[in-house]
Write a protein that binds this ligand. Structure first.
Ligand SMILES: [Ca+2]
Ligand SMILES: [Ca+2]
Ligand SMILES: [Ca+2]
Ligand SMILES: [Zn+2]
Length: 331
């Protein structure tokens, strides 16, 4: 009986302490934000691209051309209004989270080293193309500088001089966007920074959802994968991952961009280049207080929303990078 009384007392005390906690502690009022990836059907995305002269695929396949299609999109938000970045899979009927990765011994450029290209035809409204290009170069060098991997990141010299962008051409050709923003179904490097696009692109509902993303999405990386002539995904190296042809990055010109302050080009370029190097979003997102701002635990370059300048690789970012690239190109 005495034990029961003691138990009751403890129970009441614990109730009191709980209610006190929820009034004063931010920990309790934090809400974890979780988003499931979206799965989208897009018809007629298979395109034939010319295999560049120096590509090992040209000799292996003994072909002039190869087929590609869009595999996924990963976008980062500005972290306001509780809106978080997400991943979209263009699976056409499937609803499985799939993984894609570069081929270690077959490639469209001249080596297993990672090539990149910065489009000079789509500058931001806020900064000169030379300023944003140097910021993107710094971001690429930061990933290259990680010592667990030897990516040998280099600047690709494309065979054609048209503007880059399978995606930007595709959305126009499919009638998903009214304005022709150029682009071409050609290879411009493993990781292509395709430049700044207007709000119209970031409001294409097939990619960014029914609400559109022009007021929340800062940048997006698309994965373009190899397919057979019928558009079926291929896994030429049999590693259980679909083969990535290249990745394509776009920045939202509806935001104001800066070099060294918010919204910082190098920070977003570092994040997008992380996707370019096969890394997914990482870190738990919390909504705290009433201001709709997202906070992350741990804070990392690969968080799904912007939370201020990050131009150095966080420990968890590095762990993710190394698990994927430490033994590249041997697997
Ligand atoms: Ca390469
Ligand atoms: Ca390195
Ligand atoms: Ca594969
Ligand atoms: Zn992202």
């Amino acid at each position: 009986m005495r034990n029961l009384k003691l138990l009751m007392l403890l129970f009441v005390l614990s109730l009191i302490s709980c209610s006190t906690d929820s009034d004063t502690s931010e920990e309790i009022s934090k809400t974890e934000m979780k988003l499931n990836p979206r799965f989208v059907n897009l018809e007629n995305t298979v395109k034939t691209i010319k295999i560049p002269e120096n590509s090992s695929l040209k000799t292996t396949l003994d072909k002039e051309e190869i087929h590609v299609r869009v595999f996924s999109a990963e976008y980062i938000t500005n972290g306001e209004d509780g809106k978080m970045g997400n991943t979209v899979f263009f699976n056409n009927g499937g609803n499985k989270k799939l993984a894609g990765d570069f081929l270690p011994f077959e490639f469209l450029d001249e080596s297993p080293n990672i090539s990149y290209f910065v489009d000079q035809t789509r500058p931001s409204k806020d900064l000169g193309i030379e300023v944003t290009t140097v910021a993107i170069d710094r971001a690429m060098e930061t990933w290259d500088g990680i010592t667990c991997s030897d990516l040998g990141i280099f600047q690709y010299v494309p065979e054609t001089t048209t503007s880059t962008g399978y995606i930007v051409k595709l959305v126009y050709d499919l009638g998903l966007m009214a304005t022709d923003l150029g682009g071409s179904y050609e290879y411009f490097g493993d990781v292509v920074h395709s430049g700044w696009l207007p709000a119209e692109f970031f409001d294409v509902p097939e990619i960014f959802g029914p609400e559109g993303g022009s007021d929340s999405v800062l940048g997006v990386t698309f994965t373009i994968q190899f397919t057979d002539e019928f558009g079926n995904a291929v896994d030429l190296d049999n590693n259980g991952k679909y083969d990535v042809a290249w990745r394509e990055i776009y920045y939202n010109d509806a935001f104001t961009w800066n070099d060294g302050s918010t919204y910082d080009v190098e920070t977003i370029a570092l994040h997008e280049a992380g996707h370019g190097l096969s890394q997914a979003h990482f870190g738990k997102a919390f909504l705290s207080g009433g201001n709709g701002r997202l906070h992350f635990s741990p804070r990392a370059v690969m968080n799904a929303a912007y939370s201020g300048i990050q131009t150095e690789i966080n420990k968890t970012d590095e762990a993710g990078h190394c698990s994927n690239w430490a033994s590249w190109p041997e697997r």
